[in-house]
Every structure is written in C-alpha cells, then in structure tokens.
Design a protein around this ligand. Structure first.
Ligand code: TRP
Length: 361
C-alpha cells in the first residue's frame, strides 16, 4: 500500500510555536525522510468558514499567512502538495455522502467539538455546517487515502471518527477506503505546549503565542516576560520545574549542543533543572538561554519567510498548482466511492444494458 500523508490547518491566524512543535516540525521531518509516496498539506479554508462564515476576509487573508508559514518551516512544494480545501469540490461531495454514516449523537460526543461549541457560545444554536466539520474532515482524509495524519492532540477524536466512518463505509458498500493512523508528538512538552502565560494552550484568543513570523525583538520580549514559578522570588529560593513554562519550552526545544554553545557551565537540561530546584539560579539567566535556543530554531524560518514574501504571486501559484494536483487524487477517490454507492449510472454501461433487457423481456 502507498504511504500517504494528509494534514492541514484552518487559516484563522498565523501559525505559532504550539503548531510548530505539535505538528509542523514533524511534517517537515517526514517530508524529508523520503519514506512517503505522497504528501498533501491542506489549508482548510472551508472548515475555517464553518465558524467564521461571517468573516470571509479573515479567512482569505490568512490563507497566504499560513502558506508562508508552511513554506518558511521547510515544507517544500517539490516534495509536498500544498493546496486549498475549498478548491477541491470533490471534498464537499464526499462529505454529503459520509453524513449518512455518522449519527448526531456521535458528533455530540466528540470532545474537541464539545469544547469548541462552548468556546464559541454555540450551545443554544449550533450552525449545521460547524456541527458537520468532523465529517468533512473524514472526507479530507479519505479522499487522499491518507495512511498517516500528523496532527496535534486535539485532532485525535477526528481521526477516530474518520476510522469509524471508513469501517462503516467499507462494510455497507463493500469497499476498501483506507483507515488512517494519527501521529502525535512523543515528547509531552510538544504534545501539550503551553502559552507564554502558563495557560495550558497556546492560542491566539488568549494572546499568549509566540508566532513563527514574530521578529527577534518580539520573541525576546515575550520570553523575558514568560510565566515561571510564582514562588521563586529571590534567586536563592529553590524553584519549581513542574508547571514552569520556561522549563516546559526547554523540554520541547533544547538539546545538549545548546548548552555547549550558550550555557557551558551546564552539560544538559537535567543539570540546569537541578540547580534551579536547589536554588541560586535566576529566571533571567534561564530565559536568556531559552531565547538563544528558540532563536536558533526561528531564525532560518524567518529568513525563508522573507524570501517567499518577495514573491507572493509565486506563492499563490504554488497553491494553485497544488490544488489542481490534489484535485486529481480526490476525484479518483470520489468516483470509486460513487461506484461503491451505486450512483455511477452513466459510467456503468452494463447496468443500462441490463435494465433495458429487464424491461423488454
Ligand atoms: N481541523 C484542523 C485544524 O483545526 C484542520 C483540518 C481540516 C485537518 N481537515 C483536516 C487536519 C484533515 C488534518 C486532516 O487545524
């Protein structure tokens, strides 16, 4: 079986460090591993419209932002197909057919949908389109016959629903749609990357993000005012590591080489943690180190972004070409689905012959 990746993001804002450690970085590694036959990276504008239908300009503007973020982290259009969801009408068609396979109760139980309904005050009246987005996500994934979907932890319930839909489709229609596996980060600090304020999630609405496109000065400011340990008041006080955002970020980003380069009095993160817990190590020193570590990651991303920003038309061309390419695959799957569902009347000439005989014998 072909090894295929499909994944994507809603274009509702610039991408940040949470996206990066939760999924983007892994995508680039998988892309460059050469182990995959096809890689599809989708800007999920149709999904973004399910809760931003009244703000089309926001979605439209963020398409280029997300595309620039993708390209600047190292997703390479020569290796990965970057495309825009709404341009693949086959996905919408598939969604409509998959709706028959999923119950309302099943979507209601989806924990990600549940918390989004709460966050958006949709409790009293949920737009049908929003409610159905997990089903459209199943369509996205299966249309490309994805075997692997690298996403953040919040997307795991969507993959689960996809797999249930695939099993149901295959058993009802005697077909062989592909069940995907999700691929979560194995490092806990990447899986649940907190905001700079120590809140569990980095999120635009909480204003606690470090964006991939932030300037060097912005990043420094954000790091220097990051949440640490409220009980660590004097340098001599023993400090806590658990729930200390600066250390969570170091867990996600730092390597032994960084110590050699920027903080040679310590061999590794364990030694730094030990000193902090013992007392006698100030937050500022740790934050300055973290800033160096993060800058090492963000600098090449920022530089690549600058290059692509010089050729915005070229970026749209990448997306247009990618969308044409992606459409070929989705349309192939859609015609298989229609065959399986017996709604391929005009392609199935034998069927018409048989019908003719039936009525004239
Ligand atoms: N739900 C994802 C997000 O919020 C975007 C998305 C849409 C997606 N379809 C997908 C991700 C299919 C992975 C696979 O960012």
């Amino acid at each position: 079986m072909e090894k295929v990746i499909l994944t994507g993001d809603r274009p509702t804002g610039r991408l940040h460090l949470g996206h990066y450690v939760g999924s983007l970085k892994r995508r680039v590694e998988l892309q460059n591993s050469g182990e995959y036959d096809k890689i599809f990276i989708m800007i999920a504008d149709a999904q973004a419209l399910t809760d931003n239908f009244d703000n089309p300009d926001k979605v439209r503007q963020n398409i280029i932002e997300v595309a620039l973020d993708y390209l600047s982290v190292g997703l390479d259009p020569a290796k990965s197909t970057l495309f825009i969801q709404s341009q693949i009408s086959e996905l919408t068609e598939l969604t409509f057919y998959y709706m028959n396979l999923v119950t309302v109760a099943r979507v209601h139980r989806n924990p990600t949908v549940k918390s989004e309904i709460q966050m958006r005050n949709f409790e009293a009246s949920i737009p049908v389109g929003f409610f159905c987005y997990p089903i459209s996500q199943a369509a996205d994934i299966t249309a490309f016959k994805a075997t692997v979907v690298p996403v953040g932890e919040d997307q795991a319930p969507m993959i689960e629903l996809t797999n249930e839909s695939v099993r149901r489709f295959n058993s009802v229609y005697d077909n062989d749609l592909v069940e995907p596996k999700n691929l979560l980060p194995d490092n806990d600090a990447c899986l649940r990357h907190p905001g700079t304020d120590g809140k569990a999630k980095m999120s635009k609405s909480l204003g606690n993000c470090i964006y991939l496109s932030d300037t060097e000065e912005d990043v420094k400011k954000k790091i220097m005012s990051m949440y640490t340990d409220p009980e660590h008041l004097k340098v001599t006080d023993p400090g806590h590591i658990e729930g200390n955002t600066v250390f969570t970020y170091l867990d996600a980003f730092s390597k032994d080489e960084h110590f050699k380069a920027y903080l040679p009095e310590y061999n590794n993160l364990d030694e730094l943690k030990e000193h902090y817990q013992r007392g006698g190590l100030g937050d500022v020193k740790v934050k300055k180190f973290l800033n160096c570590v993060i800058e090492e990651e963000l600098k090449p991303i920022r530089e690549r972004r600058k290059e692509y920003e010089k050729d915005i038309k070229g970026v749209y061309e990448i997306l247009e070409k990618g969308s044409i390419e992606a459409r070929k695959t989705a349309s192939q799957t859609l015609s298989e689905v229609k065959n399986a569902m017996k709604i391929n009347y005009f392609e199935d000439r034998d069927f018409i012959e048989e019908q003719a005989k039936k009525y004239n014998s």
